[in-house]
Design a protein around this ligand. Structure first.
Ligand SMILES: Nc1ncnc2c1ncn2[C@@H]1O[C@H](COP(=O)(O)OP(=O)(O)OP(=O)(O)O)[C@@H](O)[C@H]1O
Ligand SMILES: [Mg+2]
Length: 256
């Protein structure tokens, strides 16, 4: 047996060549980074939880007609995905002011926005993923006008669906980041959702207490990061509560 080929190692995931042409294996690491990788840590079990949470959300989005890269989960840390050409944009959808939007515009964190706002950042680590406008995207050709239309309407549909999904389990979807890619199907190319949707890429607040259940626990040194991710997974019904009240996560093949 030959060793499979690694395609890319990022901050949170590794991509390997998949078993069929046009597929990849996405491996979720326990590594956490923030502030353009200035802050780093290893959070035991984070990758396992993100693999499961992303699988859950992508599967449900697929079921309501949002095309995405997820094919199937392979094991605790890996999933089979469709290979795409990533569009170099971070697409952010915001419902409630937080993070950089609060800082930039002086809006108190937690203030509900008048409507959902879609923002774009140019994916360029060296530049710290700067905020860009549709004008920049069109002028520099990062996405075609048709792709940008598709991205915006998919992002808003995803927001509606996910806001409901989380509200039903007592969680407010404050904001989240998406990545899209070009999926080539014969002569056709289609814009599909890629990457991951997890507490690493969303702000999730408890509806009642406003407790943070996402990566801000790491960014702001609040502690209990993986516990919060496990709470999200538990509320979504992905992991079960044990008789003792603790979460049951089978880490038996987690080292893989
Ligand atoms: N379906 C896909 N096909 C090809 N590439 C993908 C797909 N889904 C996600 N990616 C890319 O795989 C990488 C995942 O790794 P990770 O999230 O750790 O990267 P990162 O450190 O955040 O870096 P980057 O700035 O490249 O996003 C990202 O570059 C992401 O854009
Ligand atoms: Mg990433």
């Amino acid at each position: 047996m030959s060793r499979r080929r690694m395609i890319y190692e990022g901050k949170a995931k590794i991509l390997y060549e998949g078993p069929e042409p046009g597929t990849l294996i996405q491996y979720f690491k326990d590594d956490a980074t923030a502030f353009n990788a200035e802050k780093k840590a290893v959070l035991d079990g984070k990758g396992v939880l993100n693999n499961r949470i992303s699988e859950f959300i992508m599967t449900r989005l697929g079921a309501v007609g949002i095309p995405n890269h997820f094919i199937k989960r392979i094991n605790m840390r890996e999933q089979l995905i469709r290979k795409v050409e990533i569009i170099p944009l971070e697409v952010i959808v915001r419902n409630v002011a937080a993070g950089t939007m609060s800082k930039r515009l002086g809006i108190a964190e937690g203030e509900t926005l008048p409507r959902a706002i879609v923002e774009f950042c140019y994916k360029k680590d060296e530049l710290g993923d700067p905020l860009v406008s549709e004008e920049h995207i069109a002028a520099f050709g990062w996405a075609s006008p048709q792709e940008l239309d598709d991205i915006i309407s998919l992002a808003l549909r995803i927001n509606d669906f996910m806001s409901g999904l989380f509200a039903a389990v007592g969680i407010r979807l404050v904001d989240f980041k998406l990545e899209f890619g070009r999926h080539f199907e014969g002569d056709m190319v289609r814009t599909i959702l890629a990457d991951e949707i997890s507490p690493d890429s969303c702000r999730l607040w408890d509806l009642v207490t406003n407790e943070k259940l996402d990566k801000d626990r790491f960014r702001r040194d609040l502690g209990g990061v993986t516990e919060a991710y496990a709470e999200v997974a538990r509320r979504l019904g992905i992991i079960k509560e044990s008789a003792q009240g603790g979460e049951v996560v089978d880490f038996s093949s987690a080292g893989k």
